[in-house]
Design a protein around this ligand. Structure first.
Ligand SMILES: NC(=O)c1ccc[n+]([C@@H]2O[C@H](COP(=O)([O-])OP(=O)(O)OC[C@H]3O[C@@H](n4cnc5c(N)ncnc54)[C@H](OP(=O)(O)O)[C@@H]3O)[C@@H](O)[C@H]2O)c1
Length: 261
């Protein structure tokens, strides 16, 4: 896809990967609706886009909780046309599936799964009208892993990866590409903002981290080249491969890493 002049919606653009992706698209002349719950942080993104060398895309910030389908739909309709959707908003969770507050587990599923479904269902009719488009669903390398004590998060990402892979075929005839992006550890606020984190020492600090800017460039490339399932770096491909052949080993490793101290 040639990007200049296209329109995009990014959910969860107030920080991290969504923020970096908005800048990456704006630099390429894409007009973007950026959404998150925190409008002040989106305003900072608008200023950052304003400081880019001209010409750059227009940017429109909207306070949207992705768990609210009407608000998501209004954001999608905002430009009256949509070529690109980046379904990125997400939240992590640590804790026992049994003993964690039910609200935390529901927040993960409502944000990470419902939020994606609402955005995709709102976006596709507009993309059909435009004759095509591209959807990137931000998943995780943990999507297909056995991850005790962070099971709700992994299950939510398994769900959206599965949806993305099926949608790629469902929407093929509409010329709408769908990418399932299996993101690995990235240096964002995600790792400190996750729900239920108290008492969970992070025992994986030495795992190599990507920058959100690197992930953003790969998201742009996935849209330009209509990539399907994408694992971003050799380290993550190795993890996915080890998980495929030695899932119990990975599960034991996850148990050591995620069990509360
Ligand atoms: N960082 C990693 O290591 C990593 C690894 C694999 C996958 N991912 C995935 O990458 C995506 C982006 O995460 P990130 O690393 O960039 O983390 P982040 O910096 O914490 O960004 C998360 C974004 O989602 C938004 N968000 C959270 N709940 C929301 C809700 N209910 N409605 C609307 N927006 C909401 C946040 O904004 P507000 O709080 O302002 O609403 C924020 O903009 C997530 O889907 C995450 O699961 C991250």
């Amino acid at each position: 896809m040639e990007l200049t002049g296209k329109t995009a919606l990014i959910t969860g653009a107030s920080s991290g990967i969504g923020y970096a992706t908005a800048l990456a698209f704006a630099r390429r002349g894409v007009h973007i609706v950026v959404t998150a719950r925190t409008l002040e942080r989106l305003e900072a993104l608008v200023s950052a886009v304003g400081s880019l060398p001209a010409p750059h895309g227009e940017i429109l910030p909207l306070a949207v909780d992705v768990r609210d389908p009407a608000a998501v739909d209004a954001a999608v309709q905002r430009f009256g046309r949509l070529d690109i959707l980046i379904a990125n908003a997400g939240v992590g969770q640590r804790g026992s599936l049994i003993d964690s507050p039910l609200e935390d587990i529901q927040a993960v599923f409502r944000t990470n799964i419902d939020g994606v479904i609402f955005a995709v269902r709102a976006a596709v009719p507009l993309m059909r009208q435009a004759g095509g488009g591209h959807i990137v669903i931000i998943s995780s390398v943990v999507a297909n892993m056995i991850t005790p004590y962070t099971a709700s998060y992994s299950a939510s990402k398994a769900a959206v990866s599965s949806l993305a892979r099926a949608l790629r075929y469902e929407l093929e005839a509409d010329h709408i590409g769908v990418s399932d992006l299996l993101v690995g550890r990235t240096a964002t606020e995600f790792n400190v903002r996750r729900l239920g984190a108290a008492g969970y020492a992070d025992r994986a600090p030495r795992l190599p981290m990507m920058t959100p800017e690197y992930v953003a460039e790969r998201i742009v490339r996935a849209v330009e080249r209509n990539h399907g399932t994408v694992t971003l770096r050799p380290f993550d491909r190795m993890i996915v491969l080890i998980n495929q052949f030695l899932p119990k080993l990975v599960a034991r490793r996850a148990l050591r890493q995620y069990k509360p101290s």
